[in-house]
Design a protein around this ligand. Structure first.
Ligand code: SAM
Ligand code: SF4
Length: 460
């Protein structure tokens, strides 16, 4: 059993009474980078004291820096269709929302969308769709992935396509794997079964267990990287974080590899959805940050993804707590980047900054923007990636690779002031992390010179 409801409720209840000393012990233990237990995570989720909360945030920052350094991966979602046969009461795409303009992008339109993303500087795309594909089967999905990879603009192309679509059967996952996807991502929405059944009224998505077992089928079908997450707002967030951890540990134990990423989307107002305006659980900003920090302590090697559902302030704050990937300049409707800027969005976005503005803020916060896809393209995926991540090697590979992709961005897309600031960050980061004369420093210096001379796509 992946989710034991009674166990989770019991653990949360018990964790309400805890001492300051207990919290300090847990934080010290977490600094060993070996994770924490379910019971310990529950205690941390129940912290209310401001000073202890700050200690939790400091510990999350310590772990993030020890494992990941200062790099932040950037990506954009690409909504190819908003047609859906399900009835999730929080989503504007649900089938009863007849006021929404529906459309599935044609392959030509997908090319236009990808071109618009490439023109901004994006290299990593998360393809998203409602559950209903033109033609009935999944061929539309497979074709769309191919179109995204095939699209070229000015020598630029998307280097990794991650996918967030409804759960598939094992043979379908095998077909999806052949499309060369990066991560297969799927949110359980809520791990609390009774709530799940109340919020998903019709369509294939009503089946809680088929969704919960999706990652088993994906991994068994040979998909290397999977991404999980709850949609915060549907049920008690503390329960959802514990359940996400249980899911993560279950996958790790069963398949020798946990999820590549955990996302923590928070519900946003969606057109025609009263529920989305008044969700079941409304988190304060501190509670949201606590969720990020507890995840960072509990599964230190798993990437944490934050979307543009959050405000720029919250996104900046979460960079310090262990978030390792953020979306930027997102649209959540088919056509949003090019041929239909206004219609059919899934929910209201909170961060509407351009990619250059997001990167500017990331650089000001002394984080290294990254478009790197090196591990995926070298086959360092799934267990191989985790094995490399665990002894801390990730920093030695990711940071130089991040700098190479960021230098490409600075050369090809950045406005002049950002270019100056960006290269200053690359220089100071190189000096701080890689000794002069060392082979790695030599490689970094060589590759940066090559990029300035026009070479592209360098990674190791
Ligand atoms: N249709 C597929 C599904 O539901 O799994 C995949 C794509 S769906 C568009 C992607 C995610 O959007 C959902 O899993 C859900 O967590 C999120 N979502 C839906 N309504 C939302 C809202 N009002 N605010 C924020 N996120 C929402
Ligand atoms: Fe459809 Fe996904 Fe929206 Fe549910 S969340 S209505 S399945 S697009």
């Amino acid at each position: 059993m992946i989710i034991d409801d009674e166990k989770l409720q019991r653990t949360l209840e018990k964790a309400k009474s805890h001492t300051d000393a207990e919290v300090t012990d847990i934080l010290n233990h977490a600094k060993q980078l070996k994770g924490i237990s379910l019971e310990q995570a529950a205690v941390l989720l129940n912290i209310t004291d401001k000073a202890l909360l700050q200690k939790l945030f400091d510990t999350a920052k310590y772990i993030k820096e020890a494992i990941y350094g200062n790099r932040i991966v950037l990506f954009a979602p690409l909504y190819i269709s908003n047609i859906c046969t399900n009835e999730c009461i929080y989503c504007a795409f649900r089938r009863s929302n007849t006021a929404l303009k529906r459309h599935a992008s044609t392959q030509d339109e997908i090319r236009q969308e990808v071109t618009a993303l490439l023109q901004q500087g994006h290299k990593r795309v998360l393809m998203v769709a409602g559950e209903a594909y033109p033609g009935g089967g999944l061929q539309y999905v497979y074709d769309s992935i191919q179109t995204i990879y095939d699209t070229r603009w000015n020598g630029q192309n998307v280097r990794r396509v991650n996918v967030n679509i409804a759960p598939l059967t094992e043979p379908e996952f095998e077909e999806l794997k052949k499309c060369n996807i990066g991560t297969y991502q799927l949110f359980q929405e809520t791990y609390h079964k009774k709530t799940y059944e109340k919020l998903h009224l019709a369509g294939a998505k009503k089946d809680y267990q088929f969704r919960l077992d999706a990652m088993d089928r994906a991994l068994q079908a040979g998909i290397n990287d999977v991404g999980i997450g709850p949609l915060l707002g549907l049920y008690d967030h503390k329960y959802e974080i514990l359940a996400t951890l249980e899911h993560s540990w279950y996958l790790d134990k069963t398949y020798g590899v946990g999820p590549h990423t955990i996302s923590i989307p928070r519900i946003e107002p969606a057109e025609g959805s009263d529920f989305s305006q008044h969700p079941n659980d409304v988190l304060s900003d501190d509670e949201f940050k606590k969720c990020v920090a507890v995840l960072r302590l509990a599964v230190p090697y798993t990437g944490i993804i934050l979307s543009t559902r959050e405000t720029p302030q919250m996104r900046n704050a979460c960079l310090e707590l262990g978030v390792s990937q953020i979306s930027a300049a997102s649209c959540v409707n088919p056509g949003g980047y090019s041929y239909d800027k206004d219609n059919g969005s899934q929910f209201t976005l909170t961060d509407s900054r351009t990619l250059a503005q997001v990167i500017d803020a990331v650089v000001d916060a002394k984080h290294m923007p990254s478009f790197c896809t090196g591990c995926y393209r070298l086959g360092r995926v799934g267990k191989d990636f985790m094995d490399m991540a665990k002894p801390g090697l990730i920093k030695k590979h990711c940071l130089p690779n991040a700098m190479f992709t960021f230098a490409e961005y600075l050369e090809d897309f950045a406005p002049a002031p950002l270019k100056t600031k960006g290269y200053a960050l690359i220089e100071s980061t190189t000096k701080e992390n890689f000794a002069e004369g060392s082979p790695i420093r030599q490689l970094i210096d060589d590759n940066l010179s090559k990029i300035k001379q026009g070479k592209r796509d360098l990674y190791f």
